[in-house]
Ligand binder design. Structure first.
Ligand code: GLN
Length: 475
C-alpha cells in the first residue's frame, strides 16, 4: 500500500544482520529523502549528525551481536514528545524556543532498544486539528498530492513514514490524530488503550484522552514499536500495570472464528459511497476467511463529537493555563504590568484554533455552565463507554470508517471549525471510551487517494487489532 520503497523491518533486519546494508546507509537514505521532499514540511527538526552517529553505534552493536530489538529502525517523533536538550515546540510560537529538560519514557525505551531517532515532526499546534493546517510553522502536505492535507494532528509523523523519510514514527492521538492521518495517507497507525503507553514526557492536550502510538507501513512494524513502548511506567500515574503480550506472536494470519462487529450507526447514508464499498470489500474478505460478522449498535454515537469537544477543550484549557509567559514559553515584550504580560504573551503565543479551544473549555468549566456542559458530558462519556462494553459482548473487535471523506484540499475546511470537528466523527469515540484503535489501508478512491478503515478493540486487546490488520495486509 505504501508509495515508497521502505522495506518491512523484518526483511530489512535480515539484510543488516547479513551485512548487506548498514544502519548508517539506511539513515543516510532517509536524510536524503527528507531533503528531497522538504516541500512536504514534515519535519520541524532533523538530527542529521546525531542520527548518523547513533546509526554508527548501532552498526557496531549489530557486528558484536549485542543489538537491541529495534536495531536498524529509524524513527521520526512528533514534536509533542520531550527529548532532552532538543526543541519541543508543539508547533506553537509559544514553545518555539523551548528545549526539553528530560526524555519522554517512549524516547528512553526506543533508545534502549537501539532505534535511531532522526528528527521531530510537524503537527497541528498542541495537537489540535485534523488537517495539520494549524501549525505555527506551516501546513504539512499530502505526499501524493501537495494541494491536499495529510490529516492531523500527527500529520508530520504520518508523512515521514508515508514518504519514506523514516521506517516508523510516533504520534499522539487524543481524538484521532494517529488514526485519521494514517487513514488519509494509506498507512497503519495505532492508538493504544488508554494507559498502555506511558504519557510521561508527552506535552498534555487532554490528559484523559491522550495516547502515544506508532505509524508504520505494515502491521508488523506497528507491533515491533508497540512491543518496545508499551508497559507500566511509575512516572505516569495513569499508566496501567497490565502485562504486555508478545504482539508478533499473535499475528498468525488466521481470523477463523473471530467475531467482527459492524456498528450500524457508523454506516449511514452520510458515509461516502466509495469509502463504504472499500470497507465492505475488506469485511467480505474477513467473512470468506471464516470470521463471523455481526451487526452491533452504539446507540449514543450521535453525541460523540459534542461530548469530545466539551471534555477535550475543558482539559485543554486547564493544561494550557501553564503557558503564561512567566515560567516558560513565549513572553511578549512591552507589557506594563503582570496581567498585561499574561494577556499579551498568550494572545501572541497561541494560534487561532488553540485560543478557540481555550475559550470553549473555559466556558464549559465556568461556574454557571459546569453542570449544563462539563458534568453532563462526563455522564455521556460513560454511556458511550458502556455502548462499547455492550458491543464487545457480541464481538471481538469492530470495523468502522476512519473519516467521512478521503484527503481534502488545503484550506477547504479551515474557515469552518465545525466542519473540521465533524471530520473526527468516527475516531473520537475510542478516546472517550479509552479503547484501542488501528487504521488499516482499505483501497483507493476514484482519484487514487487512499481509503482507510478502522478496527476498534477491547481494552488492552491490541493483539486482536494487530492480528486482523496483519491478516488484511497479507490478503
Ligand atoms: N482532531 C481532533 C482535535 O482536533 C483530535 C486531535 C488529536 O487527536 N490530537 O481535537
Amino acid at each position: 500500500m505504501s508509495f515508497v520503497n521502505t522495506p518491512a523491518f523484518d526483511s530489512y533486519r535480515l539484510r543488516l544482520a547479513a551485512g548487506k546494508e548498514s544502519c548508517v546507509e539506511r539513515t543516510e537514505h532517509y536524510l536524503t529523502v527528507i531533503h528531497q521532499r522538504s516541500a512536504l514540511n514534515a519535519f520541524l527538526s532533523v538530527f542529521e549528525n546525531e542520527a548518523l552517529e547513533e546509526a554508527h553505534r548501532v552498526d557496531q552493536k549489530i557486528k558484536r551481536g549485542t543489538a537491541g530489538p529495534l536495531a536498524g529502525m529509524v524513527v521520526a517523533v512528533k514534536d509533542v514528545l520531550c527529548m532532552k536538550g532538543k526543541r519541543t515546540t508543539c508547533a506553537s510560537k509559544m514553545l518555539e524556543k523551548y528545549e526539553a529538560i528530560y526524555d519522554a519514557t517512549v524516547i528512553e525505551r526506543l533508545r534502549a532498544a537501539d532505534a535511531v531517532i532522526i528528527g521531530k515532526t510537524n503537527m497541528d499546534e498542541f495537537a489540535m486539528g485534523s488537517s495539520n493546517e494549524n501549525s505555527a510553522f506551516g501546513p504539512v502536505k499530502h505526499p501524493l498530492d501537495e494541494t491536499r492535507v495529510p490529516g492531523g494532528s500527527s500529520g508530520g509523523s504520518c508523512v515521514a513514514v508515508a514518504a519514506g523519510m523514516s521506517t516508523t514514527a510516533l504520534g499522539s492521538d487524543t481524538g484521532g490524530s494517529i488514526r485519521q492521518p494514517a487513514g488519509l495517507c494509506g498507512m497503519f497507525g495505532l492508538k493504544p488503550t488508554y494507559g498502555r503507553v506511558s504519557r510521561y514526557g508527552l506535552v498534555a492536550f487532554a490528559s484523559s484522552f491522550d495516547q502515544i502510538g506508532p505509524f508504520a507501513n505494515s502491521a508488523r512494524d506497528v507491533a515491533h514499536v508497540l512491543q518496545v513502548i508499551a508497559g507500566y511506567d511509575e512516572r505516569d500515574s495513569t499508566s496501567a500495570n497490565v502485562p504486555v503480550p508478545g504482539y508478533l506472536g499473535a499475528m498468525n494470519r488466521n481470523v477463523r472464528g473471530l467475531k467482527i462487529g459492524i456498528p450500524k450507526e457508523y454506516f449511514t447514508d452520510a458515509l461516502n459511497s466509495e469509502i463504504r464499498s472499500a470497507i465492505e470489500k475488506q469485511i467480505h474478505r474477513l467473512k470468506s476467511s471464516g470470521a463471523e460478522v455481526v451487526e452491533v449498535s452504539l446507540p449514543h454515537s450521535e453525541y460523540t463529537i459534542a461530548t469530545y469537544y466539551i471534555l477535550a477543550t475543558a482539559e485543554a484549557s486547564s493544561n494550557l493555563a501553564r503557558y503564561d509567559g512567566a515560567r516558560y514559553g513565549y513572553r511578549a515584550q512591552g507589557a506594563r504590568d503582570l496581567s498585561e504580560m499574561y494577556t499579551k504573551s498568550r494572545s501572541e503565543g497561541f494560534g487561532t484554533e488553540v485560543k478557540r479551544r481555550i475559550m470553549l473549555g473555559t466556558y464549559v468549566l465556568s461556574a454557571g455552565y459546569y453542570d449544563a456542559y462539563y458534568r453532563k458530558a462526563q455522564k455521556v462519556r460513560r454511556l458511550i463507554q458502556n455502548d462499547f462494553l455492550d458491543a464487545f459482548k457480541k464481538a471481538d473487535c469492530l470495523i468502522t470508517p476512519i473519516s467521512p471523506t478521503t484527503a481534502f484540499r488545503l484550506g477547504e475546511k479551515l474557515e469552518d471549525p465545525l466542519q473540521m470537528y465533524l471530520n473526527d466523527i468516527y475516531t473520537v469515540s475510542a478516546n472517550l471510551a479509552g479503547i484501542p484503535g488501528i487504521s488499516v489501508p482499505a483501497g483507493k478512491d476514484h482519484q487514487g487517494l487512499p481509503v482507510g478503515m478502522q478496527i476498534l478493540g477491547k481494552h488492552f486487546d491490541e493483539e486482536t487489532l494487530l492480528r486482523v490488520a496483519d491478516f488484511l495486509e497479507a490478503a
